[in-house]
Write a protein that binds this ligand. Structure first.
Ligand SMILES: [Zn+2]
Length: 404
């Protein structure tokens, strides 16, 4: 199986200039290819195949406008075309409903905050005996090795993030290392009120410092939007947002890593909803807030399950997981987001909305879980981060969407 390992790298001045040139060339190659396809589409012509784009790229190097393509590794430019193909494939898959909705590929801008170039095996990059990263037409870049690579990597992506930091991300082939078998299995509901709710009744929130950092980032973003365009203050605010953003992204990734490792170690099998399907059932607001985080988290669960010999099941069909009583299986009808607990009209048990959904996800995936954790004793339920109110049929509900 393939895994990614990322390390911070520290290019010197000339290397940073060479990288800036490479980022620029990769961006222009990408945009040229995108333009060729968009022009063909506008003219009613068929989709320009990758081989044709590749030919046009080679031809462009001999024109005065694109002669500077010769200053960077040809592999970097070819990889830009691969990236464009991936972007189109994802877009077409999203149209077919195979993945969350997304727009068509967009032109890259020199103002984009994250820039990347990729070197494959045939680009003649290597790790030197002195443990530097040697990149063609860039030089030997110093790497901070925080872990050891389990084997020789096949490709490396060099990234400059919005905070101006450089990273090398290696793709490495590793063998699975099966963990000893364990009993528990769990369904996970990725919710709005909590980050994740398990069918065994556990509710997991993002750590406090992360939530606080996210709030701080939001405030910084609002401050940025109020600054006049082109002003010095705006530039300062933009830097602040970029730094906060990088910090939040790191903390979030760390949280996802810890939680996914813990869940994979503790459980023999885990079931989650397919996010493409889940997305259909949610509002745009909720999607924009949570989807990026969830899909990164599910991706981690997926590769760790493969790595450690566990089972991850994604339920693909649309299951009305929050409408069905996990105790008797009767479908009780839609529940608005503010209903946190409800009573099944068929069997009379009271259910915690989120745990009930997690139990249903596990059951839909064929896992043998008990519904008992979803059942709660009737009576007043403490409201979570919102004001408690009374539903017209007497149920205690929470006003507003918790966690938003
Ligand atoms: Zn019931």
């Amino acid at each position: 199986m393939q895994l990614r390992y990322s390390f911070r790298v520290y290019p010197n001045g000339p290397q940073r200039s060479a990288l800036a040139r490479a980022f620029g060339c990769a961006r222009v190659a990408f945009n040229d290819a995108l333009r060729a396809r968009e022009t063909a589409r506008a003219a009613g012509l068929s989709f320009v195949p990758s081989a044709e784009l590749s030919k046009q790229l080679t031809a462009a190097k001999n024109t005065p406008e694109r002669a500077w393509f010769g200053e960077v590794s040809a592999v970097v430019l070819q990889q830009s075309l691969r990236d464009l193909d991936t972007a189109y494939r994802n877009f077409f898959d999203s149209l077919k409903g195979k993945r969350p909705k997304m727009g068509p590929p967009r032109f890259k801008s020199r103002k984009d905050t994250r820039q990347a170039i990729r070197f494959t095996a045939n680009a003649r990059w290597k790790i030197t005996p002195g443990r530097d990263l040697s990149l063609p037409k860039i030089g030997e870049v110093r790497v901070k090795w925080s872990r050891t690579l389990p084997s020789v990597p096949s490709t490396v992506t060099v990234i400059k993030d919005s905070a101006g930091r450089y990273f090398a991300s290696f793709v490495v082939e590793t063998d699975p290392e099966n963990l000893p078998e364990v009993e528990p299995v769990n369904g996970i509901d990725l919710g709005l009120g909590h980050f994740a709710v398990l069918s065994d009744g556990r509710k997991i929130d993002a750590p406090k410092f992360l939530r606080r950092a996210e709030k701080k980032l939001k405030r910084a973003q609002q401050a940025l939007s109020r600054k006049a365009k082109g002003s010095k203050n705006r530039e300062k605010a933009r830097h602040k947002v970029a730094r906060n953003h990088a910090r939040v992204a790191d903390a979030r990734r760390e949280f996802h890593h810890q939680l996914s490792t813990e869940l994979i170690r503790e459980n023999q099998a885990i079931a989650v909803e397919d996010l493409a399907v889940k997305g259909l059932a949610r509002t745009r607001l909720a999607k924009s807030v949570h989807d990026a985080g969830w899909s990164a988290f599910v991706t981690m669960l997926e590769y760790k399950a493969t790595k450690f010999g566990r089972t991850l099941i994604k339920i693909g069909r649309f299951e009305p997981t929050s409408q069905v009583c996990s105790n008797c299986g009767v479908k009780d009808g839609p529940k608005s987001l503010n209903v946190r607990v409800w009573q099944c009209q068929a069997c009379g048990v009271w259910l915690d909305r989120d745990i009930n959904a997690a139990v249903n996800i596990a059951k839909a995936a064929g896992l043998a879980v008990s519904a008992c954790r979803a059942r709660i004793s009737p009576g007043p339920v403490p409201a979570q981060r919102g004001e408690a109110g009374t539903h017209r049929d007497g149920q205690t509900t929470v006003v507003g969407i918790p966690g938003l």
